[in-house]
Design a protein around this ligand. Structure first.
Ligand SMILES: Cc1cc2nc3c(=O)[nH]c(=O)nc-3n(C[C@H](O)[C@H](O)[C@H](O)COP(=O)(O)OP(=O)(O)OC[C@H]3O[C@@H](n4cnc5c(N)ncnc54)[C@H](O)[C@@H]3O)c2cc1C
Length: 411
């Protein structure tokens, strides 16, 4: 079999891998993108993907700078201006309701972020990739072997084809086979929670607001979609999740309406339900000579604050900056000298976010009275301390701190 060459090989054309391919191709690198399964690029207009992502301002900037944002807007994106987070029935008399309300106007922004179907994000990025001549997409493609070194790593595909390169990026998701082939282990634990996801219609309309109720079994999030639709992520015990997925649609709608405390009137299930077991996972290393991990291949976090893909997009934006600087200085892209800068920039931040979500999950998923009182007091304090509230929301939106170039506004 002949051997071909490409500056950078990216394994995985999900949201993170496809965004990275567009970013690096725009910088003049030749890219080979290997994807196992061809994504859906067309679908009936009134159908909804049950997988959606709450996209931060930083991620929106990345999509905008990659020219993919208008393609997403054309397909369907839903901005939201408000967010209501609450816990009820504390059983302790408090002078305030344990609830936090955020609104975009408080921080002078037009919205707090956007809810976008995953297939819309991936579809727009794939369309954009197809306009870039220096990206070769091989799909379906599976990798059977890796040969790692700093100067000239290579991958071997199942059909025997070999591709040599200067850097291999694993963007192949939580079960990354490249991570396994490279001998990188992961740490983490299961949450003993499963997220049930689906689309529902709400009697009260979407009100341009995200809603999240914390319950001892896990959080219920309602994310606004067009008009009166919401995408829901209901994290609960695996047993209850199984029941929720299997019960008749009317019984599910009624259970969901009760769980939401009827804040949006009656909720009605539309279409299918899906279930995703939740875990925290972190790769022990993000790099090896000639290899870097990005996105879920490097870290998986609880979806309660909708940060997973937003962190993955910051990984790819940071890696892009570092590779461009390395090329400009004549440094090898796959050397540990270059790649350590990427690991240093992202690993600490991702672990901090994972830790914060883990703490949130533990503090909110139990009914011990003193802990419950403490968190209700915490919510009340945050609600009545505008500077703290604004800091929380600016961090969640990705408009605070040092950002890689692609995540900054260039409009
Ligand atoms: C219920 C739920 C709700 C969530 N909500 C949010 C949210 O609101 N906001 C948010 O930011 N995040 C959210 N997340 C997290 C988010 O979905 C993930 O972080 C994101 O999908 C990771 O993207 P990725 O591109 O790294 O990996 P993936 O989406 O897993 O993509 C990996 C790609 O690699 C391909 N692949 C796999 N193996 C190979 C191989 N060997 N060779 C070639 N290709 C391969 C796959 O086919 C796939 O296309 C949520 C997660 C869950 C479970």
């Amino acid at each position: 079999m002949t051997e071909t060459h490409s500056d950078i090989i990216i394994a995985g054309g999900g949201m993170v891998g496809a965004a990275l391919a567009c970013a690096l191709a725009k910088q003049g690198f030749t890219i080979t993108l290997l994807e196992r399964r061809k994504p859906d690029l067309q679908w009936p207009q009134h159908s909804y993907d049950i997988r959606v992502s709450a996209i931060s301002r930083a991620s929106q900037n990345i999509f905008h700078n990659l020219q993919a944002w208008p393609r997403m807007v054309q397909r369907r994106v839903t901005p939201y201006e408000h967010m209501r987070v609450w816990e009820s029935g504390s059983g302790v008399a408090l002078p305030w309701v344990p609830e936090i309300y955020f609104q975009a106007a408080d921080i002078g922004e037009p919205d707090l972020g956007h809810i976008i179907e995953n297939r819309v994000i991936q579809g727009a990025l794939w369309e954009q990739m197809q306009t870039l001549e220096n990206i070769e997409i091989r799909c379906p493609a599976s990798i059977s072997g890796l040969d790692l070194d700093e100067q000239s790593p290579r991958v071997i595909l199942n059909d025997g084809a070999r591709i040599s390169t200067t850097l291999i990026v694993a963007a192949d998701g939580a079960r990354s086979s490249l991570r396994g082939l490279a001998g990188i282990s992961t740490g983490g634990w299961g949450y003993n929670q499963t997220a049930v996801v689906c689309t529902v219609k709400a009697e009260a309309g979407n009100q341009s607001s995200c809603w999240q109720r914390f319950m001892p079994s896990g959080p219920l999030a309602l994310l606004p979609m067009e008009q009166d639709l919401f995408s829901i992520v209901w994290s609960t015990t695996p047993k209850q999740a199984e029941g929720l997925v299997q019960m008749p649609p009317e019984a599910f709608s009624s259970a969901l309406t009760q769980a939401s405390e009827v804040r949006l009137g009656q909720l009605h299930l539309l279409g299918e339900r899906g279930a995703f077991p939740l875990r925290l996972q972190h790769a022990k290393q993000y790099i090896k000579p000639g290899l870097a991990l990005v996105g879920d291949a490097a870290h998986v976090i609880h979806p309660l604050a909708g940060q997973g893909v937003n962190l993955g997009l910051l990984d790819m934006a940071e890696l892009t900056d570092i590779l461009v600087q390395a090329r400009d200085k004549g440094h090898p892209l796959g050397s540990l000298h270059t790649l350590r800068r990427y690991e240093r920039a992202r690993k600490g931040e991702n672990i901090a976010m994972q830790g914060a979500m883990d703490l949130f999950k533990r503090v909110f998923s139990n009914d011990i009275a003193p802990l419950r009182l403490a968190r209700d007091l915490g919510m009340g304090l945050a609600e009545h301390a505008p500077p703290l509230k604004n800091l929380l929301i600016r961090n969640a939106m990705g408009v605070a701190g040092n950002m890689p170039s692609l995540a900054r506004v260039t409009r």
